[in-house]
Design a protein around this ligand. Structure first.
Ligand code: BGC
Length: 352
């Protein structure tokens, strides 16, 4: 009797496995588990792909390009039907992506563009330049730069130079505030305004923190005692904003006098900082929406249909057809609706 039960159970499990994989296997290559957003992206992609009937090979590469290459090689060997890649260095995967193309595997660049390769088929992302514009416009509005006679000081912190998004975020923000730098209403006391100088390799909080430590001691040593003040820290995302905030707090700034700090992602520590008055704003990019769009793209591709598209990005070798999701402004006034009521976080997750 036991034996019959075991056979029936095995058959049922086999049957379930066949149903689960009916739509095929999708390889999802993610950059790192260090930053919260990629954990969120990976979990959403896995859940939504599985709900659509796919099997999922989800890998994180610890921000190590070599590791990501070998993970993708394995996915090719495992005959994935679609490859979804959120790269570490968008320009460093040419060889392995060429192998995937050779094997007939469609490739979707996820969030970060895959550059200098003709193997990438599609790109799903948010409007990255717009993210920067939202940050820059926040500064323009907050300080009423169009009408003020005052001068405010600003320092910039951008993202990782190997991430195609980083230049777009910085470009969107910088282009928005540039007229006010030109007019002298904003002054960057350190003089560090070019992307290469303000970039943060691997988007590391510690690196952003160390650079802000140096800027504070070199250019704003007496900011808290009547000397040169610092009004604005325009940071491209939340991991860099966190480093900058930590630097300022360590130097003695509090919610009462900390510069206006921008961010992106609405990461949990940053939402907590917004509630505490230590970070002014962030930009919410709902990873559930990005995952849904990417899963829909996988389904369309495998059905031989053209996926829903609303833009294109030049990757150096080709124009990559893309779908851009919309980034949304977030701060202490709307985070409850944006993040908690929408089910993105529970209230406990961002309570102190
Ligand atoms: C993403 C951002 C993220 C950054 C660091 C970028 O490519 O678009 O949302 O903050 O990487 O992980």
């Amino acid at each position: 009797m036991k034996k019959v039960f075991a056979i029936v159970l095995t058959l049922a499990l086999l049957c379930m496995a066949t149903v689960a994989s009916a739509a095929g296997l999708v390889g999802v290559a993610m950059p790192t588990q260090d930053l919260q957003r990629w954990n969120q992206d990976g979990a959403n992609m896995k859940a939504q792909l599985e709900a659509a009937g796919f099997e999922v090979d989800l890998q994180y590469a610890n921000n190590d390009v070599g590791m990501q290459v070998s993970q993708i090689e394995n996915m090719i060997l495992n005959e994935v039907q679609v490859l979804v890649v959120a790269s570490i260095d968008g320009s460093a995967l040419g060889t392995v992506l060429a192998q995937a193309k050779e094997a007939g595997i469609p490739i979707i660049a996820y969030d970060r563009l895959l550059t200098n390769t003709d193997a990438v088929d599609y790109y799903t992302t948010f409007d990255n330049y717009k993210v920067g514009q939202i940050q820059g416009q926040y500064i323009v509005d907050k300080f009423d730069l169009a009408n003020t006679d005052k001068t405010y000081t600003i320092e910039f912190t951008a993202g990782s130079p190997d991430d195609n998004n980083a230049g777009l975020f910085f470009g969107g923000a910088f282009d928005t505030v540039k007229p006010y730098l030109d007019a002298g209403k904003l002054v960057c006391v350190s003089g560090q305004t070019d992307f290469a100088t303000v970039a943060t390799p691997a988007w590391k909080s510690e690196t952003a923190q160390a650079r802000m430590d140096n800027i504070l001691s070199a250019y704003y040593p007496d900011a808290l005692t009547g000397g040169q003040t610092l009004d604005i820290c325009l940071c491209s995302n939340d991991s860099t904003a966190l480093g900058v905030t930590n630097s300022l707090v360590a130097a003695g700034f509090t919610a009462e006098n900390i510069p206006v700090i921008t961010g992106q992602d609405c990461d949990k520590p940053n939402v907590k900082n917004m509630v505490k008055g230590l970070q002014a704003m962030s930009v919410f990019k709902d990873t559930r929406t990005l995952a849904a769009q990417t899963v829909a793209m996988c389904v369309s591709i495998l059905n031989g249909e053209t996926p829903e598209l609303n833009g294109e990005y030049d990757n150096g070798l080709k124009m990559v057809p893309s779908f851009n999701c919309t980034p949304v402004f977030g701060d202490v006034s709307n985070y409850e609706e944006l993040l908690i009521a929408s089910g993105y976080y529970t209230a406990e997750e961002i309570a102190e």
